[in-house]
Design a protein around this ligand. Sequence first.
Ligand SMILES: [Zn+2]
Length: 292
Amino acid sequence: MAQHDQLHRYLFENYAVRGELVTVSDTWKRILENHDYPQPVKNVLGELLVATSLLTATLKFSGDITVQLQGDGPMSLAVINGDNNQQMRGVARVQGDVPADADLKTLVGNGYLVITITPSEGERYQGVVGLEGDTLAECLEDYFLRSEQLPTRLFIRTGEAQGRPAAGGMLLQVLPAQNAQADDFAHLATLTETITAEELLTLPANDVLWRLYHEEEVTLYDPQEVEFKCTCSRERCAEALKTLPAEEVDTIIAEDGEVDMHCDYCGNHYVFDAMDIVAIRNNASPADPQVH
Ligand SMILES: [Zn+2]
């Protein structure tokens, strides 16, 4: 039986190509909690989650990656943010009707895929590609091609495992500074492409690799846990409050007696009353515990 919410890395012994395999279930469920998204939006968030997990696993440094779809369609925004520890969060914004069978283009409309890489130390990098491909995987491959990074292929599947929604994906990438033959890479990609949602989401990683590459020599490394984690905090909200015009905050306090800040990612509420606001303005840290 497949163990979900784990990311596996693997390496082909006879080719300068590496691979990744991830499946998610709980992490996806947590991201969907506290929201009432139409099914096609849930699916896109699952695909984005898988993609972000695979992308953050390619980072050679600590930091995070945000993969974001935005456009003029009924799903104006879908975003997943994840870091090198595979801690993930995400949200979508939906306006108007979403047809039950809406594909990516119908959901996003005229739009873009925006990838932001933020190292813990150093320069932030942002890549933007138009939505040329029909699937998220194709759009991401387009991004890798245009940003002149290493040749990369992605394979993303959504479905169910043990009666629960699950999503999974695989990534193949040429190793840097080595001469992987284009033919070899294409051969491995052709093999990988045959993976079905059922196989990927129900078989242990070892069995998936055997099924795809039984004629190749593949080393599978210990998995890394993938989990939902939001980075919001009362302190960060207090920082954000400081950037708002004082009159605006005072008006809210006068009308409601408190400022209720809501995190779109996890649904947490952070409530600040008049005393807290005074404390924040005096740069003291607000004393109240966070309110769920
Ligand atoms: Zn949060």
